[in-house]
Design a protein. Structure first.
Length: 209
């Protein structure tokens, strides 16, 4: 089937990224979103890269405290992994990525709203970026798409959720449609465009810092 990037830009023009509000100052100063593994390496905490985070973890990077979100909904018993993949292998694959919920000017898709609701009591911050702007700010970026909430596998009709090397795919190789995209990920750091916006709820209001 395959998905054209411009089709994603048309149907899902905005991307949303949830973060601990205490991370915002550093994110805006560096203008970069970093995957957890990159932050762990900078903090000298590579020991965390293959371990499920049952709760939020604080690490120190260059004098800044960075708060890594928990992976509490990630249960090994809820997923089916292919030969050669172990639970810690999948955790490593998650930690190497920056995650976005796709959406529109109204807000993220329902999965993103539910994700925010899970952490609402912590008053997190949400970054909103135009997908077109993100592509312009990251020439040659390797976007990958996922049709699941990758970090919250669940059984369906008596079958555990499939996870593994094909969880995240190049849009051109996707066997599902644009409307079925649940997550858009980038395997590596992401430069933030100048028109990035920040809000405290999925529907805003939005402020361009």
């Amino acid at each position: 089937m395959g998905i054209d990037i411009q089709e994603i830009v048309r149907l899902r023009p905005y991307l949303f990224h949830l973060t601990d509000t205490r991370n915002v100052e550093r994110i805006l100063r560096t203008r970069v979103l970093e995957p957890a593994s990159h932050i762990m390496a900078l903090a000298g905490r590579e020991d965390l890269a293959a371990v499920k985070r049952a709760m939020h973890v604080k690490v120190s990077v260059g004098g800044d405290d960075v708060f890594l979100r928990d992976q509490a909904p990630l249960y090994a018993g809820n997923m089916k992994l292919p030969p050669g993949w172990a639970f810690d292998t999948f955790i490593q694959s998650l930690n190497k990525r920056v995650f976005f919920w796709p959406g529109s000017n109204v807000g993220p898709i329902d999965y993103g709203v539910r994700h925010f609701n899970r952490y609402q009591a912590e008053t997190p911050s949400i970054l909103r970026v135009r997908l077109a702007s993100l592509l312009d700010a990251n020439q040659g970026i390797e976007l990958e798409v996922c049709r699941y909430n990758s970090g919250s596998p669940r059984w369906s009709r008596g079958i555990p959720a499939p996870r593994g090397p094909l969880t995240f795919v190049d849009p051109a190789r996707a066997d599902f449609s644009t409307s079925q995209i649940v997550e858009i990920t980038v395997p590596g750091p992401v430069n933030l465009p100048n028109d990035v916006e920040i809000g405290s709820a999925p529907a805003g209001p939005w402020v361009c810092p």
